[in-house]
Design a protein around this ligand. Structure first.
Ligand code: AR6
Length: 175
């Protein structure tokens, strides 16, 4: 079975089949990794997101824990999966289940699309305030469980933007 790997760096630079975006429910872009992805992909990405949003639930086109796929336009990868992580509210509002669902649904969507390589950022650990140690544990557990069901996925990267996250993932993956 594929073993998740970790790297440090900017997810927008990766030449994998699909990178995952830590988006918000509007799918209209934002700060953090979402802003970096939209800037690097170019305005056609927002145009596709607007089209998807118009076809889905008004006001909240992508619920927390859900995932949608688009093209990647100017990025070196081929697709982008946009998933919406939970906003940390202390841990009693189902945050762990929602975060696990982001990783699981993104991976299943990549596999269903026939893709073989995927890169994840550390969803919810920036603007959404999820404690990094807890988020790393949820992410690793969720992808390990889901990889059993996605034999076509040959490369899964956790892309860490800071050393703290890199060290936390390194520890989790050793367990
Ligand atoms: N490559 C890889 N990781 C990155 C990059 C990058 N280029 N830039 C930031 N990160 P965040 P969230 C890391 O805040 O917490 C947006 O406004 C960052 O260091 O991007 O899920 C959305 O529209 C952190 O570890 O996403 C939502 O409104 C991780 O990516 C909201 O932020 C996630 O941080 C989502 O918040």
């Amino acid at each position: 079975m594929t073993k998740p790997e970790i790297i440090c760096g900017d997810i927008t630079k990766l030449d994998v089949d699909v990178i995952v975006n830590a988006a918000n429910s509007s799918l209209m872009g934002g700060g953090g990794v979402d802003g970096a992805i939209h800037r690097a992909a170019g305005p056609q990405l927002l145009a596709e997101c607007m089209k998807i949003a118009a076809e889905r639930r008004p006001g909240s086109p992508c619920q927390a824990g859900d995932a949608v796929i688009t093209g990647a336009y100017q990025l070196p990868c081929t697709y982008i999966i946009h998933t919406v992580g939970p906003i940390w509210q202390g841990g009693g509002q189902g945050e762990a289940e929602i975060l696990a669902s982001c990783y699981r649904k993104s991976l299943l969507l990549a596999a269903k699309t026939g893709l073989t390589s995927i890169a994840f950022p550390n969803i919810s650990t920036g603007i959404y305030g999820y404690p990094k140690d807890k988020a790393a544990a949820v992410a690793v557990e969720s992808v390990r469980k889901t990889l059993d069901e996605t034999p076509n996925i040959q490369l899964l990267l956790f892309v860490c933007f800071d050393e703290e996250n890199y060290n936390l993932y390194e520890k989790e993956l050793k367990n």
